[in-house]
Design a protein around this ligand. Structure first.
Ligand code: ADP
Ligand code: MN
Ligand code: MN
Ligand code: MN
Ligand code: MN
Length: 333
């Protein structure tokens, strides 16, 4: 007998990479091995040297197909054995390794928006729905749209063994969030990419698309972010380390903003619970700051911080590499 392995990888689309996947039939008991694909169709190779290599890095049960079927997240390599230039996970590995002793944890809040017929799910054919205010964490058919998909997605994440920690309806109609973490810098990003794939795949069955567009509707409508919660062992034990991390992020503010997703200026306007992209700030309980220290963390004098800047369309391998690099370097000094 055999099973299906869905090989998933991240392509070379600029400025925001997309997910790709294809199926390999494997004999029962066989481990998913290296595979290949046509890089000329994914912005990853020229046509005359089109072969790229897939190396499995994270394997989990496939909750869509069920049974013994598997999802196989891969890194992309060149045929010469080097990581492909689009392989940001390979760049994260040495940074995660260097600071492994600090035991960094991440919790990423992935916001996204459902679209159908060219507009957000729940938006009327013409004009706009009632202004924001009642949709966040709402209940009832007049307030939330797409819950059936959201519930199926949550179950799928749990069946796959992903470290999902919760879901909620967001401020704009058709907008939702799921959280992955806490987990280390590589694991949180692997799980987030697979959770995104499951979201697209499950929404597809409802003829709905999920988008990570950071500002899906212009005007007085919330954007979509990927708030990134972060701690090290030292931060979980004392407040000095919390402040050190906040200050360190301020010393490299623009480098971070550039790595936090395409079109970030459209979302970080200073309105809609954001700080302007051009200014760095941190504060207790402040949802208008770049980085928030949760209220309870100040009371306990230990815990974690929330970087509120990352866009929904981040590459989480890039974001956890940047934060680990900046904060762990400062905390080591
Ligand atoms: P918010 O109040 O900003 O909406 P959420 O509850 O949506 O926050 O998300 C918080 C995330 O932070 C969760 O994924 C949670 O697992 C994670 N988290 C909790 N404690 C820590 C910690 N010490 N270090 C890193 N992440 C953490
Ligand atoms: Mn073919
Ligand atoms: Mn949240
Ligand atoms: Mn949110
Ligand atoms: Mn948040």
């Amino acid at each position: 007998m055999s099973y299906k392995a869905e090989y998933i990888w991240i392509d070379g689309t600029e400025p925001t990479a997309r997910l790709r996947s294809k199926t390999k039939i494997l004999a029962d008991g066989a481990e998913p091995g290296d595979w290949g694909f046509d890089g000329s169709s994914t912005n990853q190779a020229p046509g005359d040297r089109s072969d790229c290599v897939l190396k499995p890095v994270f394997i989990c049960p496939d909750p869509v197909r069920g049974g013994d079927n598997k999802l196989v997240l891969c890194e992309v390599f060149l045929v010469d054995g080097n990581p492909h230039p689009t392989n940001t996970r390979a760049l994260l590995r040495p940074v995660a390794e260097k600071y492994a002793a600090q035991d960094s944890w991440y919790g990423i809040e992935q916001e996204y928006t459902f679209f159908k017929d060219g507009r957000p799910l729940g938006f009327p054919e013409r004009g706009f729905p009632a202004p924001q205010g009642m949709y966040y964490c709402g209940v009832g058919a007049d307030e939330v749209h797409g819950r059936e998909i959201v519930e199926r997605h949550l179950d799928a994440c749990l069946e796959a063994g992903l470290k999902v920690s919760g879901i909620n309806a967001e401020v704009m109609p058709g907008q939702w969030e799921f959280q992955i973490g806490p987990a280390g810098p590589i694991e949180v990003a692997d799980h987030l990419w697979v959770a995104r794939w499951l979201l697209y795949r499950i929404a597809e069955e409802h003829d709905v698309s999920a988008t990570l567009d950071p500002k899906p509707v212009e005007g007085d409508w919330n954007g979509a972010g990927a708030h990134t919660n972060f701690s090290t062992k030292a931060m979980r034990e004392g407040y000095d380390a919390i402040i050190t991390a906040c200050e360190a992020l301020g010393t490299k503010a623009q480098e971070h903003v550039k790595a936090y997703g395409a079109d970030i200026e459209r979302r970080l306007t200073g309105l809609h619970e954001t700080a302007p992209w051009s200014e760095y700030s941190y504060g207790v309980s402040n949802r208008g700051a770049s980085v928030r220290i949760p209220w309870q963390v100040e009371v306990d004098k230990k815990g974690y911080i929330e970087d509120r800047r990352p866009n929904a369309n981040i590459d989480p391998y890039v974001v956890t590499r940047m934060i680990t690099g900046t904060c762990c370097e400062a905390l080591e000094a």
